[in-house]
Design a protein around this ligand. Structure first.
Ligand code: NAD
Length: 450
């Protein structure tokens, strides 16, 4: 494995991956390969997580195809050096920003969107001119195999290479010196990655998770709120990093909202053929352990053999409940009550900064209050999870939910070094900066720098 990392470094140093033509060709090739392999990818996602074709296409295959189209279209402009303003005291000077490729990148992926969360950062890394080592999640085994086939059979291993294996492989990989590590996964493993990266002072992007709150205030359109919250929560059986983890509902509309949630569950989630399954037995058992049977609004269907847990809503939940002690990452939705928005915001401020936050409200003052007073990775007003699909928005967490942001141009920028430089004319020189320093020179510099 170390040999491949070294040969990727050698290829990078040769400069072959840097030209616009090379990058575009690789992006186009990747796009065509995904189109060619799409049926196999959809099948792998079904086998790993029981994703329906609609879900697997919209959140994984189609999602990255759209991202490739966006990147291919934008790359020429993104790569162009940008001229920026120059202050008057830098006389006869012009200033520029260029984006330099970083070198050899390591991308580590999670199991929940096992295709998208490898390919999406990969698009940025290729666009920025790097060579890339890829370590998919070992838990989504079928998708891992298809990634190996798609990448290793069609790209030179000195350029892109997928390495299979469990966490010991990742751990060994992390001993090598990379130019950047892009990790998506849990905060627990994120800390391990960060610590290992620090040995080489390697910069990291950490796309982590956590408990993302949703607030439904007394002015919200309750039917729309129920539809959109349940959609965001139960997509991929709740195994989505930006899924609403729990909901706070204003006490005056609480009972009505619970009734609506119940109705929507009955209409939209009666057929479990279109519903995801939990990735493995460990997580299935963990989730079952979070369900307090005395708090369910309806009894879920659970099936250990297929790892099915149908949509489960828990009411009268408090922060003492087990379900509130960790990121749920499954189809269990706890509902809590609140009476005063300011008090709720004060409470949420005491929690870790979440990856996402959603507010359902038709009151502009409440919208502004929540979005100005709380810090979180990203979010939505009157919707859930959709911000992730806009390539013009940076996507990433803050604090325990992550470091750095990507998507679209932000991915290109993330995998580049933003280099600033000035270009100065030689026909003009301002000798005041050179010693000896007189009183007059000091007076002058004080006039300029203030
Ligand atoms: P995980 O942290 O268990 O695993 C992620 C990757 O780390 C896997 O490839 C795994 O092989 C590797 N790994 C595991 N243990 C390791 C160790 N000790 N040393 C080195 N590598 C190790 O995460 P997961 O269970 O696959 O995914 C779920 C988590 O990911 C959730 O917390 C979720 O919120 C988060 N997530 C975040 C985003 C985001 O974009 N922010 C997206 C998806 C998932």
């Amino acid at each position: 494995m170390e040999t491949i990392v070294q040969s990727q470094k050698t290829l990078f140093l040769s400069g072959k991956t840097l030209s616009y033509e090379f990058r575009i060709r690789q992006l186009q090739k990747l796009k065509q390969l995904i189109i060619n392999y799409q049926d196999e990818i959809l099948e792998a996602l079904f086998k790993d997580l029981h994703k329906s074709r609609f879900e697997a296409y919209s959140t994984e295959v189609g999602y990255v195809l759209k991202s490739l189209t966006h990147t291919i279209k934008g790359l020429k402009k993104w790569m162009k050096p940008k001229k920026v303003k120059t202050p008057y005291y830098l006389s006869a000077t012009s200033s520029y920003i260029t984006y330099d490729a970083l070198g050899t990148i390591l991308i580590i992926g999670p199991y929940n969107y096992p295709f998208q969360l490898i390919i999406e950062p990969l698009i940025g890394a290729i666009a920025a001119g790097n060579t890339v080592m890829i370590k998919p999640s070992e838990f989504a085994t079928y998708t891992e195999k298809i990634l190996v086939k798609l990448v290793n059979n069609h790209f030179d291993k000195d350029y892109l290479y997928v390495i299979e294996g469990d966490y010991t492989v990742t751990s060994k990989l992390l001993d090598s010196k990379f130019d950047h590590i892009f990790f998506t996964g849990s905060s627990r493993v994120g800390q391990i990655v960060y610590e290992k990266a620090s040995k080489h002072l390697t910069p990291v992007t950490l796309e982590l998770g956590g408990k993302s709150p949703t607030i439904v205030d007394e002015t919200a359109n309750l039917k729309i709120a129920a539809e959109r919250i349940l959609f965001g929560k139960f997509l991929n059986a709740g195994q989505t990093c930006i899924a609403p983890d729990y909901i706070y509902v204003h006490d005056t509309i609480h009972d009505e909202f619970i009734n609506i949630l119940n109705q929507v569950i009955n209409t939209r989630y009666s057929d479990m053929n279109y519903f995801g399954r939990i990735i493995n037995e460990r997580h299935y058992k963990r989730l079952i352990g979070l369900i307090d049977e005395t708090k369910m609004i309806q009894k879920p269907t659970v099936e250990a053999e297929t790892k099915l847990i149908s949509p489960t809503v828990l009411i009268d939940v408090t922060w003492d409940d087990k379900v509130m002690q960790e990121e749920i990452f499954g189809p269990i939705l706890p509902v809590l009550k609140y009476a005063n928005l300011k008090d709720l915001v004060s409470l949420l401020k005491t929690k870790d900064k979440p990856l996402a936050l959603y507010l359902f409200s038709n009151d502009k003052k409440n919208q502004t209050y929540v979005f100005e007073n709380l810090t979180f990775g990203g979010g939505a007003i009157n919707d859930t999870i959709m911000h992730v699909s806009n390539p013009y928005l940076p996507f990433g967490g803050i604090g325990m939910s992550g470091i750095g942001a990507y998507h679209g141009f932000y991915s290109f920028k993330l995998f580049s070094h933003t280099k600033g430089y000035v270009k100065k004319a030689t026909w003009f020189d301002l000798p005041i900066i050179y010693p000896p320093y007189t009183k007059f020179k000091e007076k002058l510099i004080r006039k300029i720098f203030k």
